[in-house]
Design a protein around this ligand. Sequence first.
Ligand code: ATP
Ligand code: MG
Length: 473
Amino acid sequence: MNLSSALHSKIFHIVNICSNKIKQESYVIGGYVRDFLLGKKNSRDLDILTIGEGIRLAKEVSRYIIPIPKIQVFKRFGTAMLEYNNQKIEFVGARRESYHFYSRKPIIELGSLQEDQKRRDFTINSLAISLNNDNYGELIDPFGGMLDLKKKILRTTLDSDITYSDDPLRMMRAIRFSTELQFMIEKSSFKSIKKNKNRINIVSKERIIDEFNKILLSKKPSIGLSLLYKSGLLSIILPELTSLQGIEELNGYKHKDNFDHTLQVIDNISKEKSNSIWLRWAALLHDIGKSHTKKFVPEIGWTFHSHEFVGSKMIPNIFQRLKLPKGMIMKYVKKMIKNSYRPVALIKDETSDSAIRRLLFDMREDIEDLIKLCIADITTKNKEKKDRYKRNIFVLMDRIKKLEERDRIKNWKSPISGNDIMNVFNVHPCKKIGIIKNFIKDSILEGKIPNEFNSAYLLMLKKGEELGFKKKQ
Ligand code: ATP
Ligand code: MG
């Protein structure tokens, strides 16, 4: 089959010229070919395979591009990367790999095109298109990748047990591709993932999270999360999530399956068209406190009292274990979980403006994300209830919008600073300054004074004097 229509970018002609010049055969291989055959225009990156040295070809190619791009060389792997038209282009020499059982780092030797195609994880990822003069544009498909693409099947190029045991990250990749492309993992291959699941422990957290995040960022993350669950991988990576699975019934009282519920919430968030990976993490973990707070109360049923609070406390450990970012990002996820029920609690006619102002003050610019999470959290199958819950949230959003327009709480900064207080009363830093500042903040949030300097100043004088300060003359 000739696929020269896949080679419209100038870069392929440049590689063709350079390959001829240095007498190294070259091919475009992997994701780009797969995505082209699937009709996808924007492949994440482009892999060029050459029979010989990848670094040598990259250097040659760079000389034909204006301005000459910088080449990133990875000597240890024998690969080189350059950017062309905002696309990352990776050059790699064909190789053969063999693995040691206790490590995922292979022993690498130079190899032929077919040996290189064989070491690629799935048949659909082993497809190559020739960039050589004698068969330019020809599809080279020794493992039936094209047929698997048509059948929407993920099949390993080699025996599945060997593939997954050699580099256990491929188990995550199988599930990730299955989620992104909505392909089936071949039955025997999935069995092999179940069998090899514990080998995931030899893979670094960074590589695992890379694939996990791609699953979370897909259109329907629940596909991947269910596969991770069924394979047994999820209970190794995130046991906090799998422990939410299950329904218990006592004296006629039942609670929902919180794992299934979580999957629906994360699919809902994805439909909301939010591409924020951290909002998706917040959705994923928003109920993890439930397994620790579950209680049966006679005459009432199952309760999960304070699960948002308990769940948010679990975040630092999870983030540390999975090597997820600390600092602002972790704080954001924690905050989202901790406050995940507050908007719903505010849905009452008699809710005061000050309660809404407090929520705005605590959430600041993350209020929109919190509302998105609350909407995604509505998973009831009862249409009447669902519509009512959504309507309630829209009414709340309207109140939030109006209050924000009037009182500007989201970017609130106290009209009076600690320095102002120290200057006016001629005092050094002490606890009382904080008390005055908090008093001003509370009075504004409670609507006792407007959010402006003069009123805050008068209040500061009053509170300061109450605390024994005297205004500087
Ligand atoms: P995408 O870039 O869309 O995530 P991709 O298939 O291009 O998908 P990459 O991680 O960019 O994935 O890898 C490029 C190619 O390298 C793959 O298509 C596959 O042929 C091969 N490959 C990547 N990782 C592995 C692995 N762990 N085991 C075997 N082959 C791999
Ligand atoms: Mg790629």
